[in-house]
Ligand binder design. Sequence first.
Ligand SMILES: NC(=O)c1ccc[n+]([C@@H]2O[C@H](COP(=O)([O-])OP(=O)(O)OC[C@H]3O[C@@H](n4cnc5c(N)ncnc54)[C@H](OP(=O)(O)O)[C@@H]3O)[C@@H](O)[C@H]2O)c1
Length: 272
Amino acid sequence: MSRALKLALFGDPVEHSRSPEIHRRFGEQTGVELEYTTIRCSSPEFGPRFAAFIVAGGSGANLTLPLKQAGLAVCQQVDPDARAARAVNTLVKRADGWHGYNTDGPGLLLDLQGLGIPVTDQRILVIGAGGATAGILAPLLAQSPRLLAILNRTGARAEALAEKHAHRGHVIGGGFEHSEALKDFDLLIQAGSSGHHGILPPLQRRWLKPGAQAYDLNYGPAHRAFADWCREHKLPCHDGLGMLVGQAALAFEIWTGQLPDTAPVVQALRAF
Ligand SMILES: NC(=O)c1ccc[n+]([C@@H]2O[C@H](COP(=O)([O-])OP(=O)(O)OC[C@H]3O[C@@H](n4cnc5c(N)ncnc54)[C@H](OP(=O)(O)O)[C@@H]3O)[C@@H](O)[C@H]2O)c1
């Protein structure tokens, strides 16, 4: 029988995911033998497909849309970041059952740190109030930014997230119609998904300080419209490929105890 770690990414779609390649590179880098496959499945299919994966010897998994919430139901233990986000992106089998984590926020912090972008004491503006924002809020607020504002097309979702996290720091949320008073932000984080359709929410350069920076959770074609806007407004901008590799590196550490070096993997992914 193969001694390789049996891992899988569950979600839909998963066909074009870069995770198999990222984990193959981490395995090569660390000498860990692993099999990382993709399993396309919907929320109702997840329970039985995950049970079959366990029977086949599965010992760790990643979850992507639309399964991050469904992942909570298969965990015996859920770590605080995943509990705060109500979403699990990494599962690991331990002696006392399955443990669930959310490495998206810590993956973002790892990338910001590598890029030299500070969070502590900064004024941060997050665009979007979906699952990704829910995942990054608690880890960002744990770094004590001066203010974290969330703007979203559906203002009520941003307000609800801000309310839920109010005990973690100074966080406010609302719709673009309430953005008149916003100013002096150091960091703009684009965490919305409209870039997949080549469109942008109504962003304003005047919300940001002259020396501000921007970070887009999106990468590849979904990053283009935001990158163009940043270029037009002379705003230094980074895409989310580093976060993708960062969250994967932290999942790999959960499965194997080894934190791989993300830089060469980001570089390799950019080359293709
Ligand atoms: N780099 C990484 O590792 C990483 C990790 C996670 C996610 N992501 C990316 O982050 C993005 C957000 O993911 P998610 O899980 O939060 O998605 P989601 O839960 O579907 O939320 C989508 C968000 O985008 C907003 N939005 C969608 N279409 C819009 C439009 N036409 N105009 C304005 N706002 C619009 C939504 O606003 P409403 O609430 O008004 O619908 C919502 O806030 C995705 O593109 C995903 O690929 C990257």
